[in-house]
Design a protein around this ligand. Sequence first.
Ligand code: ASP
Ligand code: MG
Length: 462
Amino acid sequence: MKIVMKFGGTSIGNGEKIKHVSSLLKSYFDFGHKVVVVTSALEGVTDSLLETSNACLAGKFSAIPEFIEKIRKKHIDAANISIKDPEILGEVIGHLNGGLDELEKIMLGICYLGELTPRSKDNISSFGERLAAPVISGALRSAGVPSTFYTGGDAGIVTTSVYGNARPLLKSYENINRILSPGLENSVQIVTGFIGVNESGNITTLGRSGSDYSASIIGVGIKADEIWLWKEVDGIMTANPKIVKSAKTLKFISYKEAMELASLGAEVLHPRTIEPAMQYNIPVRVKSTFKPDFDGTLVVAEDNKFKNVVKSISTISKISLVNVSSVEMVGTSGHIGKLFTALAENNISVRLVSQGSESSISFIINDVDKIKALNAIESEFGGNINIEYRNNINVVAVVGAGMAGTPGVARRVFTALGKQNINIIMISQGSSEYNISCVVDSSDTAKAVGALHSEFELDKIE
Ligand code: ASP
Ligand code: MG
């Protein structure tokens, strides 16, 4: 089988884990599978790169050597544990040191200039993946598996120039096929996830947690049979197992349901991951590095509708509710347009919307955008509008393709919540009918998820 396998930061968090991953990969390679690996950064590295770049922006020169040594140690320790062959180890360490020298210079540049552009931020955050790839490739070579490594750009991923949120251009797929396919037969190629280059050759990133998305893009490029996203959870689940003990791993879920779940808070997938795979009908498998023999969840085209109307309950946290109201909105046009334009111009993403009447509209944004949103709305409408905020809330979303056209689902949702005395603050259902989302107080969230999980008997799902 031709498989693209993506390993996330926690799965390659240290040398022992990398050793485990390379022995898994060796077994698939020895079996005859053709594998391309997409790697993310070692656990916590992207966050610390971004933190340090902010310290650089603030002119904190002393943060740089401290950080570089810390990150050098992390990667060299991982290499020492996972790479036995001294010659390969030497090569990998040389490569790491080269990368770190470059990173140090870039960070110094930020300090001197006191300027951190989106372009330099992407460049800096690319180092997490760029330092991980040689270690994994070295571990494989040391275990006797021929391997080379590429940056996303070297592997053919050409993107738009929207730094921090770039999208692949169509020609990427052909590039990837041309560059990676010849090496599939007799090696395991490692590609850095999360990053590409724009048409001028500058490094771009696909958004946080974007290496899932890279795996999907590469899967389409090499026309893979499956795309496997290795995680430290068993698969896509009926609910967060930290909230609901009886949560089950779903065997199958459709592309559309998985996309809906990813955008409604399920952290297991980057929301854009499914898009390319769906377009070219490539199954995506989510599975656990702890249980390689367990199939995990397979994301496919089939909706599998009628077995369970609801497949999973997800939650969104770290959000605020904004309610905007004015009698002036009644019977006049353009207010909503102005409101959302003001938010868009300030790069504020609106996660859910509900309009109760013509005089008021409520929407959900990320907590981090709250102040920005308030300022944007005030400067757009002045004093002619009332703005209310609400914190300490969560979205609880019921997701399933089978809900479309099935009457009675909303009644079951509201009855289940009502029986638990849970107050619903806001409701939203798109006309795709793939989800019903309720905003509840954070203190009610766990109870709400539990009640819905048992109402739809998700502990018994097949
Ligand atoms: N390393 C990147 C991040 O932390 C991409 C990823 O992990 O998928 O956002
Ligand atoms: Mg990461």
